[in-house]
Design a protein around this ligand. Sequence first.
Ligand SMILES: C[S@@+](CC[C@H](N)C(=O)[O-])C[C@H]1O[C@@H](n2cnc3c(N)ncnc32)[C@H](O)[C@@H]1O
Length: 222
Amino acid sequence: MAYLDLLAERGIDGAHPGGFALTRALLGREMIDSNTVVLDVGCGTGQTSSYIAKKYKCSVVAIDNNAKMLEKAQQRFQKDNLKIRLVRADAMCLPFWPNSFDIVLAESVTIFTNIIRTLREYFRVLKPGGTLIDVEMTAEMPLTVEEWKDVKSVYGIKQVPTQDEWTCMLKAAGFSNIQIFKGRMNPLELLFGNRLGEEFSAHFNLMKQYYRKLGYRVYRCN
Ligand SMILES: C[S@@+](CC[C@H](N)C(=O)[O-])C[C@H]1O[C@@H](n2cnc3c(N)ncnc32)[C@H](O)[C@@H]1O
């Protein structure tokens, strides 16, 4: 089963590098109040959207293109009694007017899409001066053709940009004030075991094998 389908089938929460702990830390740095409008792109099971709506009592719109993920997110929002607008949509073609959101959050989503197209969409739907927070896998150095085949076979993605390449694409999409926080895959998890179970062994083994080559970054920009 493809990696994203597996995440959806198993309903894995916090399916991004740094996990939910990073999400909380990143949001804690933002000025969010009840007037803030947030778009959670590729919301997965809805954990982050739910957290934002509960903690900040603000408007949250959550989108994903995977029916199973949307089902899990819907169940969560209903259980938590949250009025989060949940939309089935493609990040590369967002069904929102320009200047709609104060914050666009994407946690390990953009890399699964046509990156530049998606970044342009984030820019279009953000209000002037709005903030993009994007947590994405980033190559610490360019991969060889063979290495690249391994990565592609596990995640089905078309590229893993380096930090410089991400930065270029963000600029090309219109973003400025680009701040970058560097992260590495969790060494304890890699050392002590695959918390996700046997089905995720391809992902886990890849992370171990490419520990020095694949990291992640938080790209925060306006
Ligand atoms: C690695 S998961 C991360 C999910 C969630 N952001 C999290 O951190 O738990 C990637 C998510 O992006 C969604 N996704 C991938 N490509 C997408 C696209 N083109 N449009 C919308 N969602 C997409 C997947 O369905 C999946 O829910």
